[in-house]
Design a binder for this molecule. Structure first.
Ligand code: CTP
Length: 412
C-alpha cells in the first residue's frame, strides 16, 4: 500500500523515523511529508534516507530547492492520488485544528483535503492542550468524519508534565494501519481476470489492423483489484504501459491469441473483466511477404474474430462477468443490448466521443449497467477511480444475487 506519512512539529517527530522502517517492513511504500515545524525537530534528510524517496516539505516549492513551479504547485493533487492511506504521526494540536476546519495553508493540510484515502492521526502534545475543549471538539469532528485517532499514551511529557499527550506506542499506530489495510483487502478471496488494450490483426509482415485503445482502463482495473488483495491475471494486447505491481501479465497480439489465453485462465477466475478493445475482424489472408503496390484499388477481405466475452460468458457458472461498451451513440440502448446478448453481469458503457472519456485519456465518464437493472451513472473521474467503482459494483451484485435465492426460500 502507498502510505503518505505526515510528520508535524513535535518532539516525537524523531519517533516517526522508526515508523517509516516498520511500515516498509510490512510491505508499504512510504512518502514522507513534513511541515515547516517538523523540520525544526528532524531534518528531511533523515526521512529521505530512510524512505528512499524525496521528502515533500512546502506547498509551492515542492522541496528543498525552493524553486516554485506549476508542477510543484499542483503536487498535492498528484500525491493525493498516489495515497492509499494518510497517516500523520505525530499530529500536533495545530494539525488537528487545521484538518477539522478544512484549512489548507501548507502541503499537508492541502493534501488532507485533496485526498479521499482513509486517514489515521496519532496526536502528541502537552496534556493541557490535549484536554482543551477546542482540541476535543476538533477530535470529535474528525472522528465523525471517519478519521481514525490513535489516542496518545500517558506518561512523562517533554514539557515536564505527566498525563495523556505522548505519541502512542508504535505498535498501536501500526495496529490501526493494519486494520485499515485489512479492511481494504475485500478481494483477497478472488481471482480476477482482466483483458486490456487493443488487438493487432496482421495483414502482412509490416502492416496490421488495430484501434486506438491505450489499455489504460484495463490496467487500472487490474491495478485496483491487486491492491484490494485479488490474484490478478492481465491478458493484454500491445500497449506501452507498465505491469502494475502484483499483477501477472500475459501478452498477446491477436484476438485469437487473446481468446486462447482467456480460455486457459478463465476456469480459475471468480471475476472476469473484459476491457480489451478486441478487433471484431481480421484479414482473411495473412500475406507472408509484404503486399506490393499495384495500380487500382486494393480490396482486403476481412473475416470475423471470435467475441471473447460472449464466448466465455456463455458457460460462466457463478463467475461474475463484466464487459465494456464503447459507444458513439445510443449509449444506454446499446449497452443494455450487450448486457443481454453477451450474458454479462455488468456492462460499463461510455460514450467515447465525450470530452474526458474514451481512448488515451486518464479520465472516463461511464454508466454501469447491471443485470439486476440498477444502472449507476458516474461523473467524470479518473480511470483508477472508475476501476474501484466497477469492482465495488461487482461485489455488490454478487451479494445481491446470492441473497436472492435465500429470500425466495424464506418466502416459500
Ligand atoms: N469483446 C470481446 N471480443 C470481441 C469484441 C468485443 O471480448 N471480439 C468485448 C469487449 O472487451 C467489451 C465488449 O465485448 O467488453 C463490448 O465491446 P464493444 O467493442 O463495445 O462491442 P462489440 O461487441 O464489438 O460491438 P460493436 O463494435 O458492434 O459496438
Amino acid at each position: 500500500m502507498r502510505i503518505t506519512l505526515g510528520v508535524t512539529g513535535g518532539v516525537a517527530a524523531y519517533k516517526s523515523a522508526e515508523l517509516v522502517r516498520r511500515l516498509q517492513t510490512e510491505g508499504h511504500t512510504v512518502q514522507v511529508v513534513m511541515t515547516r515545524a517538523a523540520r525544526e525537530f528532524v531534518t528531511p534528510l533523515t526521512f529521505a534516507a530512510l524512505s528512499g524517496q524525496k521528502v515533500i516539505t512546502d506547498l509551492f516549492t515542492g522541496g528543498e530547492s525552493g524553486d516554485a513551479n506549476l508542477e510543484s504547485a499542483i503536487e498535492h493533487v498528484a500525491v493525493a492520488q498516489r495515497t492509499d492511506l494518510l497517516l500523520v504521526a505525530p499530529a500536533t494540536a495545530d494539525t488537528l485544528a487545521k484538518f477539522a476546519r478544512g484549512l489548507a495553508d501548507d502541503f499537508l493540510s492541502t493534501l488532507y483535503l485533496a485526498s479521499t484515502a482513509p486517514v489515521v492521526l496519532a496526536p502528541a502534545m502537552n496534556v493541557n492542550m490535549w484536554q482543551h475543549p477546542a482540541t476535543q471538539e476538533n477530535l470529535f469532528s474528525l472522528r465523525k468524519r471517519g478519521v481514525r485517532i490513535v489516542e496518545p499514551g500517558e506518561g512523562y511529557l517533554a514539557c515536564g508534565m505527566t498525563g495523556p499527550g505522548r505519541l502512542a506506542a508504535q505498535e498501536e499506530i501500526l495496529k490501526a494501519v493494519r486494520e485499515i489495510v485489512e479492511a481494504q483487502q475485500d478481494l483477497a478471496a478472488e481471482t480476477v481476470l482482466v483483458t486490456a488494450g487493443p488487438t493487432c490483426e496482421d495483414l502482412d509482415p509490416v502492416r496490421f489492423i488495430t484501434n486506438r485503445s491505450s489499455g489504460k482502463m484495463g490496467y487500472a482495473v487490474a491495478e485496483a483489484a491487486a491492491r484490494r488483495g485479488a490474484k490478478v491475471i492481465l491478458i493484454a494486447g500491445p500497449t506501452s504501459l507498465e505491469t502494475p505491481v502484483g499483477v501477472e501479465r500475459i501478452d498477446v497480439r491477436t484476438a485469437e491469441e487473446m481468446l486462447r489465453a482467456v480460455q486457459a485462465q478463465f476456469p480459475a477466475a471468480t471475476i472476469a473483466v473484459f476491457v480489451a478493445a478486441v478487433s471484431d475482424y481480421r484479414p482473411a489472408e495473412l500475406a507472408l511477404t509484404k503486399i506490393k503496390r499495384k495500380d487500382g484499388a486494393l480490396t482486403i477481405r476481412l473475416e470475423p474474430n471470435p467475441d471473447i466475452l460472449a464466448t466465455m460468458a456463455r458457460d460462466k457458472g457463478d463467475r461474475l462477468v463484466v464487459g465494456f461498451a464503447a459507444e458513439t451513440d445510443h449509449v444506454a440502448e446499446n449497452a443494455r443490448k450487450k448486457l443481454a446478448e453477451k450474458n454479462a453481469d455488468l456492462i460499463v458503457a461510455n460514450d467515447v466521443t465525450a470530452e474526458g472519456a474514451g481512448f488515451d485519456v486518464d479520465t472516463n465518464i461511464v454508466t454501469i449497467f447491471s443485470r439486476d437493472a440498477r444502472d449507476l451513472p458516474l461523473p467524470r473521474m479518473r480511470k483508477a477511480e472508475v476501476a474501484q467503482r466497477i469492482l465495488d459494483e461487482a461485489l455488490r451484485l454478487r451479494s445481491a444475487l446470492r441473497s436472492k435465492p435465500a429470500t425466495h426460500r424464506a418466502g416459500d
